[in-house]
Design a protein around this ligand. Sequence first.
Ligand SMILES: NC(=O)c1ccc[n+]([C@@H]2O[C@H](COP(=O)([O-])OP(=O)(O)OC[C@H]3O[C@@H](n4cnc5c(N)ncnc54)[C@H](OP(=O)(O)O)[C@@H]3O)[C@@H](O)[C@H]2O)c1
Length: 308
Amino acid sequence: MATTRRELLRLGAGAAALLAMPGRLPGQEGGLITRAIPNTGHELPIVGIGTARRYDVGPEAADRAPLREVLATFARLGGSVIDTAPSYGAAEQVCGDIVRELGNRDRLFIATKISLRGLSGRDAGIAQMQQSMTRFGTEHIDLMQIHSLNDWQTQLELIREWKEEGRLGSIGITTSFDRQYADFENVMREDGIDAIQVDYAIDNRGAEERILPLAAERRLAVLVNLPFSRGRTFERAGSRALPDWAADYGIESWAQYFLKWVVSHPAVTVAIPGTARLDYLIDNLAAARGAMPDEAARQRMLSYFESL
Ligand SMILES: NC(=O)c1ccc[n+]([C@@H]2O[C@H](COP(=O)([O-])OP(=O)(O)OC[C@H]3O[C@@H](n4cnc5c(N)ncnc54)[C@H](OP(=O)(O)O)[C@@H]3O)[C@@H](O)[C@H]2O)c1
């Protein structure tokens, strides 16, 4: 790891604490807890980065420099999963440009999507996947997802083929809408899918009724989008202090409280919080280290949050 002591100290106490660690712990990479994609065995740190909105910036260096610093530091601290999509404005291009400049594509797990809104057909899916590969300067995308099930029959057949040809590592489907859950469950039963991406947060628990148990049954990796409910969880917590017992799980911020609650669900593989600031990055990655709440502790965390 190329991170210097001075840099870690500048990043804050959480990162500096990494220096004090006696070495890698079992099941941890770069100090981050990992979980495997069941079908492939590929180990992923349990906290990644989502890039919707905040990475949709222009070419100006002033806009891109902070994002570049976040992505560079993310990889240096052992982070891996970056989730993006062609439909996030310029975000996929911006991430691709930064990763090519940094030359760290091989340290990252790139998750992107076929995002067809108002479009359909095999050619449209191929064009988007080729564009994604060009943007990242790669011939291999680690996870290709069908965004919000759009045109899923045609696109699933296509990404199965591309996976067989070795151009995709894993394939999956995404949603963030309760109204899609019934259809989503049906597609989860299709052959060949490796991963799902679904909305799940301490104040948005619909996925735990059927989607997460089905994912466990089908041995699918689960990426969690909207783990902060687009920031609503922070609004509810306001400026209140954390409960004292949160320290038992190494929780030092509300972000860590919400993320540890999400990633400690046994079916969850990775949470992908929207992260475009260095202080948020350090904060969010800290949720991938240390003690994890068990089921009783998760219940306590939920009850406490709901009492706020
Ligand atoms: N169907 C789909 O495939 C789908 C749908 C939705 C989302 N997604 C994916 O999921 C990702 C996450 O969703 P999201 O970004 O919309 O929502 P989110 O992760 O639930 O919340 C992001 C919000 O949390 C704030 N935040 C992040 N880290 C923080 C920290 N440590 N402390 C305080 N505030 C913090 C951000 O603040 P700032 O605003 O100040 O940066 C932002 O407002 C997306 O980026 C995208 O990759 C996929």
